[in-house]
Write a protein that binds this ligand. Structure first.
Ligand code: SME
Length: 149
């Protein structure tokens, strides 16, 4: 299922539309294509500030448009540079709740020329749905996105 989406991701990113429109379309594709992806969004470093700013996303609007480095799952990935898979958000103490329906989350850092410039963030309403195939797929998505940034 995830592998089958890779050509679609590449096709979207090759379009001549704005970067934000293409990233939004990638979010929509992933949300529609994977049943347990309920919110899909990109966060990027906000200029030189030690914070993340919400970019294109698909799903319910969130209040968390700015996340300081270190805060929540996203903020931790901004400083760790490592994938963060959360099977059960209730078991996390440094977690920012976006919606009461969310049960799990995966955040994969996005590197441009070796620098962590942002991340893709997926929320799921399913408990413990993510495995190494999701990590591999989302790393692929981020590598493809980095090419157009
Ligand atoms: N849950 C995230 C905040 C972002 S929302 O999921 C959209 C976190 O703990 O960093």
């Amino acid at each position: 299922m995830l592998t089958a989406l890779k050509p679609d991701v590449q096709r979207i990113l090759e379009k001549n539309t704005s970067v934000d429109d293409r990233l939004q379309d990638v979010c929509k594709l992933l949300k529609a294509g994977v049943p347990y992806y309920d919110w899909v969004g990109f966060y990027f470093r906000n200029g030189d500030k030690e914070e993340l700013k919400l970019g294109p996303y698909a799903g319910e609007p969130t209040d968390h448009t700015i996340i300081p480095f270190g805060k929540g799952i996203c903020g931790q990935v901004a400083v760790s540079n490592e994938n963060f898979v959360v099977p059960d958000v209730k078991a996390q103490d440094n977690y920012i709740a976006c919606s009461l329906t969310v049960k799990s989350e995966i955040v994969i850092p996005l590197f441009k020329n070796g620098v962590n410039i942002g991340q893709i963030d997926i929320d799921s309403n399913t408990l413990d749905p993510f495995n190494s195939a999701d990590e591999e797929f989302l790393q692929f998505v981020n590598q493809e996105v980095a090419k157009i940034l």
